[in-house]
Design a protein around this ligand. Structure first.
Ligand SMILES: NC(=O)c1ccc[n+]([C@@H]2O[C@H](COP(=O)([O-])OP(=O)(O)OC[C@H]3O[C@@H](n4cnc5c(N)ncnc54)[C@H](OP(=O)(O)O)[C@@H]3O)[C@@H](O)[C@H]2O)c1
Length: 331
């Protein structure tokens, strides 16, 4: 079977030589274990940080270790009465065709809900949950408030923006192309969009789009895009510090005070969070997200690339904005 190892740590942008494809024997499950065959993998920006040898909320990948992330797999052999052959499971899996997952790292996907199993890697998975808790718990949107979201057409941003609309907020999405912007406005109901590749001065554009100023900023990118938004914050605004993808490929972060006076003047509350902080509330959030999906107030899109060998390219594509919605790979 094939597996993908971390061959070297990237310096700057991830290159194909940072990955190594190898052939290995299929693992044999022991007593109480199950063997699963990978069906889908999720590729996620946080994996870039795991490729560095730095301390974070998840440990770095080791060199020559199979890269791992969330995936969906089918049980093909079971030596455990709790797991049945044919069941689909979701959870942390190594980038290899077959694996023996630890039971506490996977969950069975219930069939018959009328949803594709891949929803558990997208809208009902970690990115949907991130949008849910970030927007509702940290942002606490009130009707009539103005919300800005960066990387708005991505997995987290597209769900976060729709939740802001459900909460009756004016919602502006920042993204990189007219196709993505059109999807946000026409399909997801965003009130307005900013194409940051065309519009250099986000600060000025936001002044025009929302003279009333920004109450909530859901920050997925950091860097200069966020600086532009910080100049438009309202008094008692909230910044949801979800991700900083614009900085993940930098070897060195710029130091020194940036726009702290803006936060001070406007009494802004900034809160970082990691979705796992809310692990004991995942079921509650999934139930609400499912209700919104059923009544049509929430939509989601998945960008599915086929082929195990395309996992690294799908991952690299996150950094050049190839995806609309959640980037997945069908094995
Ligand atoms: N805190 C948490 O627990 C948590 C959990 C999940 C994800 N996150 C974070 O949330 C953010 C979004 O994650 P996701 O999984 O939903 O990914 P995503 O938005 O589906 O994909 C990444 C998107 O980021 C944008 N992007 C890439 N490089 C950029 C750059 N240099 N400047 C500006 N935009 C850039 C691209 O969109 P455009 O084409 O629009 O530029 C790309 O499509 C990431 O920062 C991620 O680390 C945090």
């Amino acid at each position: 079977m094939k597996k993908i190892l971390l061959n070297s740590r990237p310096s700057g942008e991830v290159q194909s030589e940072n990955f190594k494809f190898v052939e290995a024997d299929c693992p044999v499950p022991g007593d109480g274990e199950i063997l699963v065959q990978a069906k889908y993998f999720s590729v996620d920006p946080y994996m870039r940080n795991r490729m560095n040898n730095i301390e974070s909320y998840v440990r770095p990948y080791e060199l020559n270790e199979a890269i791992s992330g969330n995936g969906i797999a089918e049980i093909v052999k079971s030596n455990n009465d709790l797991w049945e052959v044919g069941d689909l499971v979701v959870g942390s899996l190594p980038w290899q065709e077959f694996a023996i997952p630890r039971a506490e790292k996977i969950q069975k996907i219930e069939s018959g809900e009328g949803l594709s199993p891949t929803a558990y890697l997208s809208v009902l998975g970690l990115t949907g949950l991130t949008a849910y808790f970030g927007m509702l718990d940290i942002g606490q949107p009130e009707p009539g408030e103005t919300v800005v979201i960066s990387a708005a057409a991505g997995a987290v941003g597209s769900v976060a923006g729709q939740i802001a609309k459900i909460k009756k907020c004016k919602t502006i999405g920042i993204t990189s192309s007219e196709i993505k912007a059109g999807y946000l406005r026409n399909d997801l109901g965003f009130d307005d969009t900013i194409d940051y590749k065309k519009i250099v001065n986000i600060r000025k554009t936001l002044r025009k789009l929302c003279p009333e100023k920004v109450d909530i900023y859901f920050d997925n990118v950091g860097g200069e895009i966020s600086d532009g938004v910080f100049y438009s914050l309202n008094d008692f605004s909230r910044v949801i510090l979800c991700g900083q993808i614009a900085l993940y490929n930098l070897n060195r972060l710029s130091m020194g005070p940036r726009l702290y006076p803006q936060f001070l003047i406007h009494r802004t509350k900034i809160q970082g969070f990691i979705v796992y902080d809310y692990a004991d509330r995942f079921k509650e959030a999934q139930n609400q997200l499912k209700d919104w999906l059923k009544n049509g107030t929430l939509k989601y899109r998945e960008n599915i690339i086929e082929g195990f060998e395309n996992i690294p390219a799908a991952f690299q594509g996150l950094f050049s904005g190839e995806n609309i919605g959640k980037q997945l790979v069908k094995v």
